[in-house]
Design a binder for this molecule. Structure first.
Ligand code: PHB
Length: 391
């Protein structure tokens, strides 16, 4: 009996020891739960962000303030129910200190209440609907908003003799933001919308709508499709002869994403878009970034890659500021107002909204050394999101 008792005690003692040790061990590495669409229609977004984070960690090491950084990648295929379940598992089972990624707006929104409840930062590296940062005080965004670029291209269109526009936008939250902010600015300058079409997010077939666009005889068509769909859109646009009919594409730069732009052919030449990033951005930092990314992954980085690269940089810098402490409130405070030089140009985190402030460039597709690039020709500096409902 006695032996048994002490054995139990010993077992309990070992177990207690394990329990007591566990938190200390868990503190050794900082865990980032990275939720991205690695499969499905948005997989190019997931791939770009995952690549960029790997590149950043190769260049900057995998520890910060004495703590090892561990990234746990999960594929949600851009399905918000998956995002929610994966975020829950990462928070409860893996005890992650950050959740990050989110390839589409519904995914970022699905995770928001979980970040609030767990009091851990949610770093949005892709999604672009304005309201996202308002859904949790723990959300910080390093991507963009559609309002940032759609307002600017709306103003540009009226100033450049475009009077009639047909719109084609992806039928979900960021498409609706793009349309709303473009229309506000275009109409304020006297522009007229002659046709308005919304296409489904999943596997859109543009062909049936393109004939309608052509028949409405616009000066240009305003297009928002999410990253990954631009190549397919431009193929169908050329097949239907809209380029030959002289109907130029304008819009936020998602449709001209650098990772697919070079495969679009001459139909893309002359396309003017407003956006946060071009692989042809002429800074030394960007030249180095593009060269390193191409060397590692045999492809050009696009705007999603840069948003991921800046997202992991933000996490590293915040941890440096807190001395490696992972208290969520302290990390969010550390991120507010942070400024740095990105491959896209100078950026910062608005301390009031936790949203990104960045330059928006107007660019035109041109051939440079035989390849298609978005060549920047006008810069709007330090653009804040115009779409906040409250401050
Ligand atoms: C979004 O879902 O918010 C989103 C996704 C891809 C884009 C832009 C916005 O290119």
């Amino acid at each position: 009996m006695r032996t048994k008792f002490s054995l139990l005690q010993a077992v309990a003692g070992v177990a207690l020891g394990v329990v007591a040790l566990a938190p200390a061990q868990a503190q050794e590495s900082v865990k980032i739960g990275l939720i991205l669409p690695m499969t499905g229609g948005q997989a190019s977004t997931g791939k770009q962000i995952d690549n960029a984070i790997k590149l950043y960690m190769q260049q900057n090491g995998d520890s910060v303030a004495g703590r090892k950084i561990e990234v746990i990648l999960k594929d949600d295929a851009a399905v918000p129910d998956n995002t929610k379940r994966l975020a829950q598992e990462l928070i409860v089972n893996d005890k992650v200190n950050f959740i990050a990624g989110f390839g589409v707006t519904p995914a970022a929104l699905a995770a928001a209440p979980l970040a609030t409840e767990a009091k851990i930062p949610e770093i949005v590296m892709a999604a672009g609907t304005s309201i996202i940062t308002e859904r949790s005080p723990y959300i910080v965004r390093t991507s963009f908003t559609l309002a940032q670029s759609s307002t600017i291209i709306g103003d540009w269109a009226v100033k450049n003799g475009i009077k009639k526009v047909a719109t084609l936008t992806s039928d979900y939250a960021p498409g609706n933001d793009a349309l709303k902010f473009f229309k506000e600015h275009f109409a304020a300058g006297g522009g007229e919308i002659v046709e308005e079409v919304k296409v489904p997010l999943a596997n859109p077939d543009f062909a049936p709508f393109l004939q309608r666009m052509k028949d409405s005889k616009p000066d240009a068509m305003f297009v928002f499709v999410p990253a990954g769909q631009g190549g397919n859109f431009m193929k169908q646009y050329a097949e239907r002869g809209l380029d030959k009919a002289g109907i130029k594409v304008i819009g936020p730069g998602d449709v001209m994403d650098d990772d697919v732009l070079n495969g679009m052919g001459d139909a893309a030449l002359g396309t003017v878009t407003a956006h946060l990033y071009s692989a042809a951005h002429p800074s030394q930092m960007n030249k180095d970034f593009v060269a390193a990314y191409k060397k590692a992954f045999s492809n050009r980085p696009g705007f999603m890659a840069v948003s991921g690269y800046d997202g992991i940089h933000l996490i590293y810098q915040a941890l440096k500021k807190t001395g490696g402490k992972t208290d969520g409130d302290a990390l969010i405070e550390a991120m507010k107002g942070m400024k740095w030089e990105s491959p896209r140009g100078p950026i910062s985190i608005d301390p009031e909204t936790r949203d990104i402030v960045q330059n928006i460039y107007i660019r035109k597709v041109e051939k440079v050394d035989g390849e298609l690039y978005n060549v920047e020709f006008q810069t709007f500096e330090a653009v804040k999101d115009a779409g906040k409902t409250k401050k």
